[in-house]
Design a protein around this ligand. Structure first.
Ligand code: FAD
Ligand code: NA7
Length: 546
């Protein structure tokens, strides 16, 4: 390999989830030396940290895994239509063993920061324990939903009961039996948790700020013959997934572009509702639900009616019916049990903490006080989400060319080229970075695309004697503008979502994922690579020295 010679390793990768593990595998296959640092005790990332009751992936198991190695796919058996957290964790452990990855992963080692040395053309990576490591390439695989967001409620430090964020759930679990449990948050996570524990606690009080549209997942065991069928169609399934908007191989109904009567629309939606999960979204080209307000309203109203029909008490039902945002403008949650029916139980109650209801005023030693009353709680569960897409990246102190830090650069919101490179930060690659489509897709599909692109790019640099690559300011600006423009023509701005950073107080509110689909994105990335990394500046150290 070419490039800088006096470095400790060719590449440092931060994180050992789906992204970091595959990155390690690819770069090692290329013959590079790689060190992976992971602050957790095990591989798995998201599925190592999120152990809350009901934790499950909304992507179907047969496509929530690696596609790059057919043998790996053959050897693994998923048991259910949607994989539960322990099974995904087991899968990633299996993949790590099978590809012999663990020997290059260092656990319980947090990367505190990294500094670019422009003369040497190298990164110096600083570990939280003080060690430094020099490297040619610094690859972030820190995850876009990995830094938990816990609101800074007044009086939180005075609360004397137990408190857990769902993404930091204790390994051995938490005994909720006989306890008064409160849960704050009704996003994907809160909804999974509430359906799972409703009825096991003495009383479950749900503090809901914004109601959501939960679609039935229709989980079930995978039958042997069905699974054999999936495996037999390996090539076809992955080809369709790769060429799709969402990284999922499902047929689309094109509801948005067909002139159907209301009755026919209803029929299509009902059929999709019965299929459940993300297949419901495939009644349309998935992103079109977010461009056509009228179609969206039909769909939103369809779901609202489903909610009303499930909840006995009309007043509770109305609180659960979302009206503030169009369906899909926030990440659509799935219902694995009987989420809405849970509210018919005597031991489950719903508190509307929106501005129209009784907002949370503060935590007290014994629980939560709203503007209306006080709730005594033994356990509070924070299902309050993540500082998404930029949180884990900015938690590292990254300093690029000319002393510019990433935090300074992104002060008014993240800027990247393709979500993969950042102007001012040479030889830094961000897997699932801001302005990449990741969070709007079945993520393993996006992750494989990113990892393969980065690996090819590093291969190209080495083959052509380059030792640095940096996105130009111009290409980055255009990419960010393009992403924003695409999003502005969609309904995303009508929700206060984590897609826009709106869930974290003080965070700049900017729509962050690339919204036009994985298929289009893949095509753009392929063109950039084909055209000798168009939009990036490539450099040789020899040139700088001459
Ligand atoms: P992660 O799995 O987040 O791994 C990142 C790793 O980096 C972590 O282990 C972390 O400890 C480590 N790390 C971070 N910072 C540092 C540091 N400074 N030093 C050392 N280590 C560090 N995706 C889907 O496609 N479909 C779904 O249905 C779905 N459901 C989800 C449900 C939940 C509850 C959550 C939280 C996420 C879900 N996701 C889903 C997204 C999921 O995050 C991705 O699918 C995938 O697991 C991301 O893998 P990753 O390796 O990129 O990141
Ligand atoms: P989300 O989707 O961000 O949901 C967080 C929930 O917490 C949501 O209902 C929020 O209400 C609520 N929340 C956040 N802050 C507060 C305060 N201060 N008071 C009351 N309620 C609050 O996170 P999830 O973990 O459910 O899902 C994140 C992704 O991870 C998901 O898409 C999967 O891919 C996995 P709000 O809607 O903001 O009013």
């Amino acid at each position: 390999s070419g490039g800088a010679t006096d470095v400790d390793v060719d590449a440092v990768v931060v994180g050992a989830g789906f992204s970091g593990l595959y990155m390690l595998h690819r770069l090692r296959e290329r013959g590079l030396s790689v060190r992976v640092f992971e602050k957790g005790e095990e591989v798995g990332g998201t599925w190592y940290w999120n152990r809350y009751p009901g934790a499950r992936c909304d992507s179907e198991s047969h496509i929530y895994c690696y596609s790059f190695d057919e043998d790996l796919y053959e050897e693994w058996e998923w048991t259910e239509r949607y994989p539960e957290q322990p099974e995904i964790l087991e899968y990633l452990n299996f993949a790590a063993d099978r590809l012999d990855l663990r020997r290059d992963v260092e656990f319980e080692r947090e990367v505190a920061g990294a500094t670019w040395d422009d003369d040497a053309g190298t990164w110096t990576v600083e570990l939280a324990d003080g060690e430094t490591v020099t490297t040619r390439f610094f690859v972030s695989a820190v995850g876009c939903l990995s830094k938990p967001m816990k609101p800074d409620f007044a009086g939180l430090e005075t609360y004397e009961g137990e408190g857990y964020h769902t993404a930091r759930w204790p390994d051995g679990g938490v005994d909720l039996e006989g306890k008064r449990v409160g849960v704050v948050g009704t996003g994907s996570t809160g909804i999974q948790f509430i359906s799972e524990v409703g009825g096991t606690a003495e009383h479950l009080t749900v503090f809901q700020r914004t109601p959501n549209y939960a679609v039935p997942a229709r989980n079930r065991p995978l039958e042997d013959d069905e699974y054999a069928d999936i495996k037999a169609n390996y090539d076809d399934i992955w080809e369709r997934a790769r060429d799709s908007r969402l990284g999922m191989p499902f047929e689309v109904d094109h509801l948005h572009s067909r002139r159907l009567s209301d009755e026919e629309i209803h029929e299509v939606l009902e059929a999709r509702w019965q299929q459940g999960g993300f297949r419901f979204l495939h009644a349309f080209e998935p992103q079109h639900i977010l461009t056509d307000a009228e179609v969206n309203e039909t769909v939103s109203e369809f779901i609202r009616e489903k909610i009303r029909a499930k909840v006995d008490d009309p007043e509770t039902a109305e609180k659960l019916v979302p009206s503030d945002h169009p369906y899909g403008a926030k990440r659509p949650p799935m219902d694995y049990g009987d989420y809405y029916g849970t509210y018919n139980r005597d031991d489950v109650s719903l508190v509307d903490v929106s501005d129209d209801g009784e907002p949370i005023e503060r935590f007290t030693p014994s629980g939560i006080r709203t503007t209306a009353t006080e709730y005594d709680l033994d356990v509070v569960v924070f299902a309050t989400g993540f500082d998404a897409m930029t949180g884990a990246l900015l938690a590292m102190d990254i300093e690029g060319r000319d002393g510019l830090t990433l935090a300074e650069k992104w002060q008014h919101g993240p800027k990247t080229y393709l979500g993969l490179g950042i102007h001012g930060f040479p030889n830094l690659f961000t897997i699932t970075g801001p302005q990449s489509p990741s969070v709007l897709t079945n993520m393993p599909m996006s992750i494989e695309q990113h990892v393969e692109w980065i690996d090819d790019c590093i291969g190209y640099l080495d083959e052509h004697g380059y030792d640095r690559i940096e996105a130009t300011e111009h290409s980055e600006e255009q990419w960010v503008q393009n992403t924003n423009m695409l999003a502005e023509n969609m309904l995303f701005s009508e929700a206060e979502s984590w897609y826009r950073g709106a869930n974290v107080p003080g965070k700049p509110t900017i729509f962050t994922p690339f919204p036009a689909g994985l298929d289009m994105y893949r095509g753009i990335c392929e063109r950039v690579a084909r055209e000798d990394y168009d939009g990036f500046e490539l450099g040789r150290r020899e040139q700088a020295e001459a």
